[in-house]
Design a protein around this ligand. Sequence first.
Ligand SMILES: [Mg+2]
Length: 261
Amino acid sequence: MPITAVLFDLDDTLLWDERSVEEAFRAACEAAGETVDPQELEAAVRREARGLYESYETFPFTKMIGINPFEALWANFTAGEQQEFRQLEQLAPGYRKESWRRGLASLGIHDEALAERLAAKFGEERRSRPYMYEETLQVLDELRGKVKLLLLTNGCPALQQEKLDGVPELIPYFDHVVISGSFGKGKPDKAIFGHALELLDIAPEQGIMVGDKLTTDILGGLSAGLTTVWINRTDKAPDPEIQPDYRIGHLSELLPLVQSL
Ligand SMILES: [Mg+2]
C-alpha cells in the first residue's frame, strides 16, 4: 500500500529544542555573576529541577502527557482541560524559583532574589530562541502536495502553541496538528495514534511516523502499525527493545525514503 501521509514529531525533529534550551541555560547561568561557573550551575539547576518535578503529585500526569522538567521551567500552563493543568499553573512559579534557588544553594550561593531573577531570565531567553533545523521547511516543501502531513507532539497545549507561534511559517504545511495535552493522552499511547490516523483517514500501512525519541515516537508508531523512521542526529545509542523500521541522521534523507516506499 503506498504511503499517503507522514506524521512528524515536533521537538528535536522539526524544531531544534535542545539547542534553544541549552542556550537559554547558558545565558541565564552566565547572568549569575563572574564568580559562578555557568556549566556547574546549569548541571545543578537541571538536577534540582528534575528532582523537584518528580516529587510533585502531578508527575505521573506530566509524564503521561510528555512535559519534561525543563519545559516546565518556562511553560505557561494556561490551556488544557484537565484539572492537572490548573495544578501545574499554580505550582509553576514556585517550581521555577525553587529549582534555581536549590541549584544556586548547592554551589554555596544563598540568594533568593538572584534565584527569582535567573528563573525569569531563563524563561525570557528560551522564548527568544525558537530554532528550527535549517532543512525543516525544505523537506516539508518537498512533501507538501504529495502526502498528507500531520504534526503529532507531546506537551502542554499552551507551551506547544507558543513554540509553534515562534515559527509561524511551520504550521501552514500541516493538514492536522495533534497536541497530547489537548487530546488527553501522550505518545506512545495507542489512542493518540489512533486519533491521528482517524484525522488523516488512512490505514496504518499508509503512514510513516518520523521522530527522534524511541520510547514515544517509535514505540508508539510501531504499536499503531505505522512505518517508523528514527531521526538520530546526535548519535544516540539504539535500544534493542525498540527497533525502528528506518534510521536517518538528517531530515533530508526522508525524501528518497518516502519515494521508495
Ligand atoms: Mg521529539
